[in-house]
Design a protein around this ligand. Structure first.
Ligand SMILES: [Zn+2]
Ligand SMILES: [Zn+2]
Length: 137
């Protein structure tokens, strides 16, 4: 960050990789490398708002794209224009070959039951019971 020294008015660089220089409401002490006088500076963080058209909010169609989520069963469709998101429809789950959240837990439960009957298996089982999904061995 370039600033002008308040004494000699020469330009000097303040190391902006130091996170402490972003502290607001405090006086940061600095020594000018040119005239070797000490001065203080305060930091003001400013926000910039960037407007963009969102036709989908004005009778247009949302431009949905699938989010990259792990596990993939938790993927959502997010509109590129307005940022709103929704669950995948059944058709989309079939099209992209993505199971439901429940199927993820079912898969996990079966996996852990096969490999060890540890905590994750119990977590999955509890989740399935809460969702009233019948899981029979
Ligand atoms: Zn100076
Ligand atoms: Zn939209």
């Amino acid at each position: 960050m370039e600033v002008d020294c308040p004494y000699c008015e020469k330009e000097l660089d303040i190391d902006s990789s130091e996170s402490s220089v972003y502290d607001e409401g405090v006086k940061h002490q600095h020594e000018c490398p040119h005239c070797e006088k000490s001065f203080v500076f305060e930091t003001y963080v400013s926000f910039h708002f960037e407007p963009a058209k969102a036709d989908c909010l004005n009778d247009g169609k949302h431009d949905y794209q699938m989010t990259a989520t792990t596990p993939i069963e938790y993927s959502e469709m997010e509109c590129k224009m307005c940022g709103s998101s929704r669950e995948l429809s059944d058709d989309e789950r079939t099209k992209f070959n993505i199971g439901t959240k429940e199927s993820y837990f079912e898969k996990m439960y079966q996996f852990y039951e096969k490999n060890d009957h540890g905590l994750n298996g119990k977590v999955a089982q509890t989740y399935l019971q809460r969702q009233n999904i019948c899981y029979t061995k």
